[in-house]
Design a protein around this ligand. Structure first.
Ligand code: ATP
Ligand code: MG
Length: 332
């Protein structure tokens, strides 16, 4: 049976990019593979980007990320769901992997370049991010990694690290594969400034737990196809954020309607946005209702995370022991 692993950073409010790009696949794979699907709030990664890190917010954001995943349909009793820093072996295996990873390759990672470019001084941890990510995955000998397209390069590096470790110390780790969500590879930010990202702040994101009126305020002013200057100009939904989001939230009939409407100038952008907002409302309301119930029961969430960490440790510790022995550390 495949072993699934994925992580999500507590760097801010989870958004529809996280949801369609990754979290929905967590739920689907969780239903298929039960306790062989392992999901993690990767809090050790969060401080690597000082632009999005606040120690006063970290623990609350970690709890909120668990709530968001449970509300989105992940059942912590059926999968393993835990917090990365509760399983110390992640950092230990990450250290071993730094020894196998050329700095030059880390410097070529797109995510690193994007994030480092906005910082005055770059912490070494940001450069090492994909090495720790490789440890996250391989600590569970996972072979299946549901992620968005922005993480594919990191999974490639994970495969390379597994290969190098196996070559240097003997066959230990599988070479995992990324599993991408169809049609939701890289969801653009609502500000029109590239990928939707938690760390870019709320101007970029439509949060899955965000109040619906706040979502509408952002959608209302979101840029559309720049070729459509006047209401009477035809537009192209494939060159428009709102078109991209319709593909996530709207059914085939609505999609057909907005494609024809936009291309013939039969529907204006405001009406097109209103149709989208109605479908977003339909989709997010049950998730937001479940989140409200979970937030009212913090003991349930805490207990689930305590149990999840126990289950994760039971897998991680023997793998770490094996890796230690392979590298030749003294065992007493
Ligand atoms: P940060 O800005 O802190 O990196 P993020 O929004 O990129 O936050 P991550 O925690 O880094 O979110 O990633 C969690 C998962 O969501 C990953 O699998 C990632 O590939 C996926 N993901 C993130 N943004 C998008 C997006 N815009 N479209 C599709 N998938 C995404
Ligand atoms: Mg990211």
């Amino acid at each position: 049976m495949p072993r699934v692993f994925s992580g999500i950073q507590p760097t801010g409010e989870p958004h529809i990019g996280n949801y369609f790009g990754a979290m929905r696949n967590y739920v689907a794979l969780g239903e298929q593979y039960g306790k062989n699907s392992i999901y993690c709030v990767v809090d050790l990664h969060a401080p690597t980007n000082p632009a999005a890190f606040d120690p006063a917010l970290l623990s609350q954001r970690t709890l909120d990320m668990a709530v968001a995943n449970f509300a989105a349909g992940l059942n912590p009793e059926k999968v393993i769901f835990f917090v990365q820093s509760h399983v110390r072996e992640h950092a230990e295996l990450g250290w071993l992997f730094t020894l196998l990873t050329p700095v030059g390759e880390l410097e070529r990672m797109t995510q690193y370049k994007d994030k480092a470019q906005k910082l005055e001084s770059t912490p070494a941890g940001l450069l090492m991010y994909p090495v720790l990510q490789a440890a996250d995955i391989l600590l569970y000998k996972a072979d299946t990694v549901p992620v968005g397209e922005d993480q594919v390069q990191h999974i490639e590096l994970t495969r390379e690290i597994a290969r190098k470790f196996n070559h240097a110390f003997g066959e230990t780790f599988p070479e995992p594969k990324a599993v991408l969500a169809e049609g939701a590879l890289r969801i653009p930010g609502v500000d029109g400034q590239g990928k939707m990202s938690k760390s870019k702040g709320e101007a970029s994101t439509l949060g899955i737990l965000e109040p619906l009126d706040s979502i509408w305020q952002k959608l209302r002013v979101a840029p559309t196809d720049p070729a459509r200057v006047r209401r009477t100009d035809p537009g192209d939904p494939d060159k428009c954020l709102v078109g991209d989001y319709h593909k996530l939230f709207s059914d085939a009939d609505t999609l057909a309607e907005i494609y024809v409407g936009c291309r013939t100038a039969g529907i204006g952008c405001v009406d097109c946005k209103k149709k989208l907002m109605a479908n977003i409302t339909g989709h997010l309301t049950p998730i937001q209702e479940r989140a409200a119930v979970l937030k009212a029961d913090p003991d349930y969430v805490r207990d689930a995370l305590v149990q999840g960490a126990k289950e994760a440790r039971a897998i991680a510790q023997p793998v770490m022991d094996e890796a230690r022995a392979r590298v030749g550390f003294l065992h007493l």
